[in-house]
Design a protein around this ligand. Structure first.
Ligand SMILES: [Zn+2]
Ligand SMILES: [Zn+2]
Length: 716
């Protein structure tokens, strides 16, 4: 009742002048690529030609012809003009950036580690388009310049594969580009093999044609401009994403695990075989699905109101988040088994299952591949997580590749309330970072919003990538270990991407999860994710948009606040923190989610399930993800009904029905067949259930002016 009054009060407050916060999510990376990009840029050469450098390759003579990927064909290389970059689109700018990656980058091992073989860098480079990091510059059979698949999951079915190894003879201001080896994927051996017929060739620009020539005299001199002046992607030592100046770890890259499936065969695409038919209409990304989702959300709202409960946020908010989530498509071949053009989130649907007592627990269910839409730059991470092989970090291989995940994430729609103190949420069924750390190190850590947090993901971003706490399992901010990219992302031992930090707050380069361009014309930062406690996450407040609603309303230690009648919600934000590691620098920590949940999770059913395997669990769990289960149908009679006591349930062989006045009792099975029929007298009536098989039964009692329906489970 209290909740209903609050809902009415909220509506009333809106009428008397509170503004409604704008419901919207950030532009997808696919949309950003088509946005205009304008920057005054005079190319300046990279200081030295080194591993991992980002370069724009121009002709040295005019510095106006640029080597770039074609706007639609990944394998096609064009020559574009400098103004196509500086007065073009984000897409034309990014398609002109290549990363030089030494052939041994993924084979190095720590020389000081003792056990590994150290493979030093060779000085021979692949030139990988930043947009498609698994691709490299190569030569067509007629010695034109192209770009080919160097080792994605799909390489075995590609026509052109492999890469060239390049040597740069000269300085970045004037260099010939010499291809000394060509490697091609061999479908029989399943590996790239050297083409022994290849002889040294030089890249030549003739008009707008690029080709490989054996004549050294025809080689064109190129200019390798520093691309980070165009797009800030680097993490400098001592910066907020590497405050302790952790050095680049030359650990070998962890192998991609075997048994990986293609994107089309991923578990989360074809969900309809697992889900109750009533949810099928909501699957996929279509007008029909949106209409079906709206209908279900309406029904959920009605059910909750009749229960004296409520949605945490207005239904229009959830629908706006759903629409945004379905707008993100992969734009970059940067995930081993991802496919360009495909959605990162396949389905967002709403379920309205009830528990065995008839209490409704509706969810927004997000079926996500957990991959970002843009280049992840994983090779740049200074100290990526180890591949969890049970050896010390020095001997460990590290995670520099990403693969698709199969998440079925449930966000509770019902308002389960807020906790009043940190420890109100019982994390004992799931474990927490502080306790895990203490068990390992025999220590006693004071619980905080940073460490009294679940061991895995705690929320999901609108692009489908999960969000982890700001701190890692060493109880340090992930950036203190220099383990995230400039977008605040990395992969753990399972090679699945997740965010630890807010990349937009770090570099504002315009290609992050959300960007400053999203704020224009809006009255509140964009919705950028949902935490598993049901609380919405918004972007950080920007000082250049100080008139936004809630700008002056302080965030609490969980990173949340409430204003304008919207309800409690989190914001990404920046905190000044002091590193616990010598020399204890003070730095700005850019937080997406601190870690601890403010929303009360204690009464959320099937809480600790975020993967597709929950669909195969008992229906006490799987029903909330949308799997069929036996329902009562006449729910209003079941709930809050005190006219009869039924016990025990589940039961083996008998049931007691306690009533105050006589009732005619009918017990039916889940198919509707009557299995018992009798008159219950006032008091306790115990009935044998001999012959009743395992399953759900309904006990209906009818008297003159009274009727009840209760559920009973037989489990022998
Ligand atoms: Zn992590
Ligand atoms: Zn706010």
């Amino acid at each position: 009742m209290k909740t209903k009054l609050l809902a009415v009060a909220t509506i009333f407050l809106r009428i008397i002048g509170f503004s409604q916060v704008d419901y919207y999510g950030p532009e997808s990376f696919g949309e950003i690529l088509d946005n205009s990009f304008s920057q005054t840029w005079t190319p300046s050469a990279v200081a030295s030609i080194d591993n991992k450098k980002y370069v724009v390759i121009l002709d040295q003579a005019t510095k106006s012809n640029v080597i770039a990927l074609n706007s639609s064909a990944i394998e096609t290389i064009d020559v574009i003009s400098l103004t196509d970059i500086t007065r073009g689109t984000y897409g034309s700018m990014m398609r002109s950036i290549f990363q030089l990656v030494d052939e041994n980058t993924h084979q190095e091992n720590d020389a000081g580690g003792g056990s590994g073989t150290y493979t030093p860098l060779s000085g021979l480079y692949k030139a990988n388009p930043i947009m498609h990091s698994y691709f490299s510059l190569n030569s067509t059979s007629s010695f034109g310049l192209n770009s080919t698949d160097g080792g994605t999951f799909y390489v075995s079915s590609a026509t052109n594969t492999g890469y060239l190894l390049l040597e740069f003879t000269g300085t970045a201001s004037s260099t010939a580009i010499k291809a000394v080896e060509q490697w091609t994927y061999n479908t029989t051996s399943g590996a790239n093999e050297e083409n022994t017929a290849w002889t040294d060739k030089y890249l030549m620009l003739n008009g707008s044609t690029l080709s490989w020539t054996t004549a050294i005299g025809s080689a064109t001199n190129f200019y390798l401009a520093d691309a980070t002046d165009l797009l800030d992607m680097e993490i400098a030592a001592g910066s907020e994403f590497n405050p302790l100046s952790v050095a680049y770890q030359p650990n070998a890259t962890a192998e991609i695990p075997s048994g990986i499936k293609s994107m089309e065969d991923s578990k989360i695409i074809n969900l309809s075989t697992d889900l109750d038919e009533s949810y099928h209409d909501q699957l996929g990304n279509s007008i029909t699905a949106t209409t079906a989702a709206m209908t279900v959300v309406d029904a959920i709202e009605t059910t909750l109101i009749s229960e004296g409960a409520s949605l945490r946020y207005p239904k229009e908010f959830y629908l706006a988040v759903r629409e945004n989530m379905l707008s993100h498509t992969i734009q970059s071949s940067d995930i081993y088994n991802g496919i360009v053009g495909k959605n990162t989130i396949e389905h967002v649907y709403f379920t309205n299952a009830s528990d065995d007592a008839g209490v409704p627990h509706p969810f927004m269910v997000i079926a996500a591949h957990a991959v970002s839409t843009r280049p992840n730059l994983l090779v740049d991470v200074n100290r990526p997580p180890g591949a969890e092989m049970g050896v010390g970090y020095a001997q460990s291989s590290v995670t520099r590749n990403g693969k698709l995940g199969d998440f079925i994430i449930k966000i509770p729609l019902k308002d389960y309330g807020l906790t009043s103190t940190l420890l109100d949420n019982d994390l004992s069924p799931y474990g927490d970072l502080a306790s895990e750390y203490d068990a390992k190190h025999n220590s006693t850590t004071t619980k905080s919003v940073y460490n009294y947090v679940a061991l895995a993901s705690i929320g999901v971003a609108v692009d489908g990538v999960t969000i982890y706490p700001a701190q890692n399992n060493n109880l340090r901010f992930a950036v203190e270990d220099a383990e995230v990219t400039s977008s605040g992302i990395h992969v753990g031992g399972g090679l699945e991407l997740h965010y630890h930090s807010d990349g937009h707050a770090y570099n504002g380069n315009g290609i992050n999860l959300y960007n400053i361009a999203d704020f224009t014309g809006k009255n509140h930062p964009p919705a950028i994710g949902m935490a598993y406690d049901g609380i919405a996450l918004f972007g950080k407040y920007e000082s250049s948009f100080a008139s936004m609603l809630g700008y002056g309303t302080a965030l609490d230690e969980f990173g949340g606040h409430d204003h304008d009648g919207f309800g409690y919600h989190y914001h990404a934000h920046t905190q000044s923190v002091t590193s616990s590691v010598s020399p204890n620098p003070v730095f700005d920590e850019h937080i997406l989610l601190v870690g601890a949940w403010k929303g009360n999770i204690n009464n959320i059913p099937a809480f600790d399930y975020s993967k597709s395997n929950q669909l195969k669990e008992d229906d006490a769990i799987s029903r909330y993800a949308g799997v069929s289960y036996a329902t009562l149908g006449v729910k209003e009679l079941l709930n809050n009904d005190n006219t009869a006591l039924i016990y025990p349930s589940p039961t083996k062989d008998k049931i007691t029905i306690e009533v105050l006045t006589p009732f005619d009792i009918t017990i039916t099975n889940s198919q509707g067949a009557i299995v018992r029929s009798f008159k219950a007298s006032a008091g306790a009536n115990t009935i044998s259930l001999e012959g009743c098989s395992n399953g759900i039964y309904f006990i209906e009692g009818v008297a003159n002016n009274n009727r009840f329906i209760k559920k009973m489970i037989v489990k022998k």
